[in-house]
Design a protein around this ligand. Structure first.
Ligand code: ADP
Ligand code: MG
Length: 706
């Protein structure tokens, strides 16, 4: 199943948006982010620090400044990934950054302006253009899904009504990894169709939100494209490759304020950032390489992206920045986050012939329908032959499959027409036959009429079959056909050239980065000193350089420490608040809930590791597992009622423990303190005394049965 076992690191690119008009007018002049496009470096200036403090420099696979074009980013950083997906790899692109820094702009952009179309529309173009230009022996099936994670719940954006109140669930398959159960997936045959799918999802996303901006800054949107491609291999069999592409627009990375909120609001605030902080922990664990445990299971997002981070996928992360000085802290955090992600190693491999390929199912179904149609064709041919007594042209057998489809339809129609005419003729003949008895005539006519009805039914069935067959087949895209009209040679050449340029830029940058790194190492080796003085000078220069580097690293350590202290304080605060909540709940439980009720509830609780939640065991066993109520019969126990079963399941009320048995107990009348009537004294003296111990009394036991 695997072809390429080599590992490769996550590609990280950084993009900075231009200063907005508001920021330009309000803040001090200029941004705090500088970029060296040639070297792929970001230089960050701390607006609050004295000018003497060294600036922070980070190096990435590529950087895009405020003047960068959407197309540049796509050609250089995304195109190779989409090509891999088309070749059967898994691919992920995710946009990470503070709200308002251009995540959605980068992923989606302005759809109507060709210059401003983002990664997603460009990827649509790319996929369908590739299919239209591929060889005609390839068959493709493209599917799209769109979901959103909000407050740790997964919402299907293509079918928002279907989703139950608690959201969709994640499941794991040993072959294909983690997937979302019951997620809608739409087969798309063209760019237009897949764009429509995206639109439907975007609308659903907006409908659920009261404030779209706030909603999008708190939820993660995942657009999933699956491209299945079948191609005959050298062994003559059709092989299927499946590429899955995740396009992820993450929630805003800024810290959600947790201070001063309580109860539900606190839980909500904690949940909003759960996925992102879990993502951060996963990235840290992977980048570190030392910790064995990677906490993928901590959130829905990290479980869904499990393959993309340290697994079977090629991944590109686009970190977005804003240049405004007031967001220095957030920008620095984003850069650090991105810097860490660079160290993650993935092991991408081609997904070949997976068991769950939908394309295979489609091909089987199409083959089945074709066989049915061919059978019908053969049958109609046989009948025709019988009828007309002439053989059909032998060369019809040599038709190609495509022509065959149309022929099948035509022949079927022809046959039906001829057959109808024949029946009509026969009917006429019967009517015109003067020697036939009226009854016999009627019978024969009725028979012909029935044959006519049968014929029509059969025709209808064939039509339905043909329609189904066509619908199925149209879903498969075949290479070599022009789905898009603009694929002329010139355009192709232009794209190739653009690709080449992008490749070159990438290589150039890599070489530059390598040179820079080597420069420092070889400095010493290259230098031969003629005089002592020269040596001192050179060494002083080097010392200075190293000293600045040391200062930088020291500052970095201090920053990281500060950050840890801050996040620790925040966590402690959250913990304190949650402990307070917990104590409050305990107080209520202890004072207002009877202990036996509490125990009953505790006994019914089970932990669901799949959902990471405590759940109640169902009180009543599922319908199917319930036995049929036995019929009462003499000598048998009375059947248990539903109510009694529930009571038993809950730990039992004394009443039900006594179910079905005789309960023998002395029915003691309380001692009577009133004086008895004298006239009854005699009777009283004869009757046994009630004050005595009940064990002596044999005659007044009473039996109960419930
Ligand atoms: P996010 O999704 O990260 O919250 P948006 O993508 O909504 O941010 O961007 C916020 C605003 O900034 C939008 O109006 C968008 O048009 C603008 N913007 C973002 N990036 C760029 C860019 N590279 N060039 C021009 N405008 C941009
Ligand atoms: Mg957004």
């Amino acid at each position: 199943m695997s072809k390429n076992k080599s590992s490769e690191s996550v590609k990280v690119v950084v993009r900075c948006r231009p200063l907005s008009r508001k920021e330009e007018s309000s803040g001090p002049a200029g941004g705090i982010v500088q970029m060296d496009l040639r070297l792929g470096q970001v230089i960050l200036r701390n607006p609050r620090a004295p000018p003497s403090e060294p600036q922070k420099t980070f190096t990435f696979d590529a950087v895009y400044d405020a003047n960068s074009k959407q197309r540049e980013l796509y050609d250089e950083s995304v195109r190779p990934l989409i090509d891999s997906v088309l070749a059967g790899f898994n691919g992920t692109i995710f946009a990470y950054g503070q709200t308002g820094t251009g995540k959605t702009y980068t992923m989606q952009g302005a759809w109507l302006d060709p210059e401003k179309r983002g990664v997603i529309p460009n990827a649509f173009d790319h996929v369908f253009t590739h299919i239209s230009r591929s060889q005609s022996d390839k068959q493709y099936l493209v599917r799209a899904s769109y979901l959103e994670i909000y407050l740790e719940e997964i919402r299907d954006l293509l079918d928002p009504n279907h989703t139950n109140a608690r959201g969709l669930e994640l499941r794991e398959n040993p072959d294909t990894g983690v997937y979302v159960q019951d997620l809608t997936s739409c087969v798309c045959k063209s760019i237009k169709e897949i764009e429509e799918v995206m639109n439907v999802g975007n609308q659903a996303r907006a409908v659920g939100a009261t404030d779209m901006n706030e909603h999008s800054s708190r939820s993660h949107a995942l657009f999933l494209i699956t491209v299945e491609c079948s191609q005959p291999g050298p062994d003559g069999r059709k092989h299927i490759r499946v590429g899955r592409l995740n396009l992820v627009d993450l929630a805003g990375s800024e810290r959600q304020a947790k201070t001063g909120v309580q109860g539900e609001r606190l839980k909500e605030a904690a949940k909003i950032n759960l996925s992102l902080s879990a993502l951060g922990n996963v990235i840290s664990a992977l980048a570190d390489g030392r910790s064995g445990h990677v906490p993928y299971r901590d959130s829905k997002l990290t479980r869904l992206l499990q393959d993309s981070l340290g697994g079977n996928a090629k991944t590109v992360m686009v970190a977005t920045l804003g240049p405004a000085p007031q967001h220095y802290d957030e920008t620095l955090t984003t850069l650090r986050y991105a810097n860490r992600a660079k160290n993650i190693q993935n092991q991408p491999r081609v997904n070949e012939d997976p068991k769950d390929a939908l394309l295979r199912e489609f091909q089987r179904e199409i083959a089945r329908l074709r066989a049915q149609l061919n059978y019908r064709k053969w049958r109609s041919k046989q009948k025709n032959e019988q009828m007309e007594g002439e053989s059909w042209d032998g060369d019809r057998e040599k038709e190609t499959e495509g022509e065959e489809d149309e022929e099948v339809e035509k022949e079927a129609e022809e046959y039906v027409k001829l057959e109808e005419q024949r029946l009509e003729r026969e009917k006429e003949a019967i009517r015109g036959d003067e020697y036939m008895v009226a009854e016999e005539k009627q019978r024969l006519l009725g028979e012909k009429e029935r044959m006519m009805v049968d014929l029509r039914k059969e025709q209808e069935a064939t039509e339905q079959l043909t329609a189904k067959y066509k619908a199925m087949e149209s879903k498969l895209l075949v290479g070599g056909k022009n789905i898009i009209d603009h694929t002329n040679e010139q355009q192709k050449m232009l794209e190739m050239k653009r690709q080449e340029i992008a490749e070159q830029t990438r290589n150039e940058r890599e070489i530059q980065q390598q040179m820079l790194a080597q420069d420092e190492e070889t400095l010493e080796l290259r230098e031969t000193f003629t005089s002592l003085q020269q040596e001192v000078e050179a060494k002083t220069k080097k010392l200075k350089k190293l000293y600045t580097k040391l200062q930088c690293i020291k500052a970095e350590i201090k920053d990281v420490n500060d950050e840890h202290v801050k996040s620790r304080q925040e966590l402690e605060q959250t913990q304190n608040e949650l402990t307070r909540e917990l104590k409050f709940k305990y107080l209520i439980i202890e004072n207002f809930i009877p202990p036996e009720e509490k125990n009953k509830i505790m006994n019914r609780l089970i932990f669901d590791p799949e959902e990471d939640q405590w759940k109640f065991q169902p009180l009543v066993p599922a319908e199917r597992s319930m036995k049929k109520r036995p019929a009462s019969a003499v000598g048998y126990k009375r059947p248990l009622s539903q109510y009694a079963r529930v009571a038993i399941a809950m730990g039992g009320h004394s009443r039900y423990r006594a179910e079905n048995i005789m309960f023998l107990e002395l029915d003691v009348t309380p001692p009577n303190t009133t004086l008895f009537d004298r006239s009854k004294d005699a009777e009283l003296n004869q009757s046994p005394s009630l004050d005595n111990s009940p064990t002596k009394e044999k005659g007044i036991r009473k039996s109960h049965s419930w």
